[in-house]
Design a protein. Sequence first.
Length: 341
Amino acid sequence: MFRTRAHATPAARTPGSSRPRLRRAAAGIVAAVAVALTASCSTTTDSDSTSAKAKDGKPATRTVQSTDGPVKIPTEPKRIIGLSYASAWMLDAGVPMVGVTDIDEGALSADQKAAVKKMTIVGEGNELNFEKIASLNPDLIVISSPKHVPFNIGKLKPIAPVLSFAIGQPAELLPASLKVLDAAGAADKGAEFKKEYDDRIAKIKSGYADKLAKTDFAIVNSGEAGKFSVYTETSWLGVVARDIGARFAPVAGAPKGEFSYDLSFEQIGKLKDADVILVDGDGKGGAPVAETKSLIAQKNWSTLPAAKNKQVHPVPGFFVSRYPEGVKILDQFEQILKSLP
């Protein structure tokens, strides 16, 4: 899985650096949730794009609506730099890039590792080497990152057109990936990713409708010492669970409109209505990460029905941000549903 270890909030989990990741939502991110990505970041259609004609009669440029307004970009960009989430999405689609932000090699396939070796690393997280970026002579720079993580776009604009797609909440990630791939000239690949995801959803919903109708899920992991986070249907993994029609267990006192919230270890009993609990399985070999191990080791955790019934499942790819990751998550959901009585 791609994730940012450079920033201090879950909303900033983008492909990036090797710094330790923190697991709590930052104060203020909730305000960003209300801003719909689809309203501010949609690409234009051919009919309403502004274009210049190339010698072969095809449009040389088109105008795309980004978070920062309309941006004129090459219709067929040749020297792309991908920053943050955008680099992962384009790498998945096989889009050639001349530069990317630092990517955790543990998240890459052998082919992707080979592809990255041919690219220039231009920064870590949102800390960029502008001189190196300029030296690559890009014709397009694409950024997709959390709204609260600033990139110095003002220093990038003199180098090349900059498309920025800001993310307000995790549920916006998958739709944003399609916009990035469209801008990079790989819309067909994005549509292929989405179709595979949608087809797997349809298969699970039809094949396990009875079990989904009677099973309540909870998604949690541990954050700061003595606390754990509960994730809702608008969180990373929650979006995939929601898409298959999974029910979320009610949690007394849960705030509305947030993708995650924190409880103390003393409040573990609030998960009593969950038949299945999903935890972060991004540890070695798909094991729970170290922080979550401290949560499930608590004495009151062992009294939960899900724990007693051996229905606590570590999920690798917990912070899903890409359609190919989503397909792997769906495979895991199918295995979990198969295990239920």
